[in-house]
Design a protein around this ligand. Structure first.
Ligand code: ATP
Length: 325
């Protein structure tokens, strides 16, 4: 994706925000380098939207500081360095797409040319269409064009592909990547884990207001036991399988054994020596699995040698189990 330049585009330092008794964001430290594309991933209520609102200066932290390009969010927004696409929001009726983008661009000090914003958002040829007569995917791309109109260095997108079909999502991410390739910084939140893996350089998993994991999709998958090795037992005993080289956990489903392993080569060699190779399959752990494991209330006491920043200090969680990766 984009080329990372020195310095942080986004910096959160010990940021907390509560609503009554709910700690929506809890002592979060986060740095996003210039040119990075970062996905903020988490379940409902994890604290993603609240973090985004503080990054945009729409809400103030109770504690800690938010800096965008070393300034306050308010200053960065005033300087036209930040574009945002928040959830839903109706487009103004009875104006064309080009008029709407031009109107918003006019409010910024160094805007893009309207045609350029339309092209970047994948709207070339649609400039003369009425903004309120578009498909869901096209309307979402207009919102993206509005976020880009001021020629920002950073765009923040809150669940940009919610409610879009597969085709529209693909088109949207293509536009986002084109913008990111220009060296810009992108922060987006999503529930679509595969999209985070495909479209971000880095994934920050939020859980209960904290950062539960921070790394590339591949690294997050490796954390929870890189591969799934499965085979037909065909009546073979299951004792000892969990102790084979690389195996992090064992699951038996009917006659099939599923081994989560951090070293699939070693696991497969050991299985072959035991003659357990019937319908043997090796598949990477899906990001979905990785995410569920990371935010599973039983999985907190994890240590590993990867450069992850794990929230393992949720001592309130009952029944912690150690998972060795
Ligand atoms: N204005 C508010 N008033 C009261 N509670 C709030 C408010 N905004 C957020 N919360 C609470 O803070 C917590 C974090 O919410 P937030 O919207 O940041 O999560 P999220 O990860 O964006 O969730 P979603 O994926 O559902 O949008 C939740 O428990 C939510 O109910």
């Amino acid at each position: 994706m984009g080329v990372t330049a020195p310095g942080h585009a986004v910096r959160l330092i010990g940021v907390s925000k509560s609503f009554g008794a709910v700690r929506a964001v809890n002592a979060v430290d986060l740095g996003i380098g210039r040119g990075e594309t970062v996905a903020l991933l988490g379940r409902n209520g994890a604290g993603k939207s609240t973090s985004i609102a503080m990054i945009l200066g729409l809400q103030q932290p109770d504690a800690g500081r938010v800096l965008l390009f070393g300034c306050t969010p308010e200053q960065a927004v005033l300087d036209g360095r930040v574009g945002a696409m928040l959830q839903e929001g109706r487009l103004i009726p009875r104006v064309t797409v080009a008029e709407l983008v031009g109107f918003v661009a006019g409010a910024y000090p160094h805007p893009l040319m309207v045609d350029e914003a339309l092209e970047l958002a994948g709207l070339t040829g649609l400039g003369n269409r009425r903004a309120d007569k578009l498909s869901g995917g096209q309307a979402q791309r207009v919102r993206f064009a509005l976020a880009l109109a001021g020629n920002p260095e950073l765009v923040v997108l809150d669940e940009p592909t919610a409610a879009l079909d597969v085709e529209a999502r693909r088109a949207f991410w293509q536009s986002m990547r084109t913008y990111a390739r220009r060296g810009n910084t992108v922060l987006f939140s999503t529930h679509y884990l595969a999209e985070a893996d495909e479209n971000a350089d880095r994934i920050v998993v939020m859980d209960h207001g904290r950062i539960a994991a921070d790394g590339s999709g591949d690294r997050i998958k490796r954390m929870v036991g890189g591969n799934l090795v499965s085979f037909d037992l065909a009546g073979a005993a299951t004792e000892g399988l969990a102790q084979l080289p690389g195996v992090a956990s064992l699951e038996i489903r009917g006659d099939r054994a599923l081994l989560h392993t951090t070293d699939s080569d070693a696991t497969v060699i050991a299985l072959a020596q035991l003659g357990l190779v019937r319908n043997l399959e090796v598949a990477p752990t899906s990001l979905e699995d990785a995410f569920l494991t990371l935010t599973d209330d039983r999985t907190h006491d994890r240590t590993d040698d990867l450069e992850y920043d794990l929230a393992v200090n949720r001592s309130e969680a009952p029944g912690s189990r150690k998972v060795t990766a």
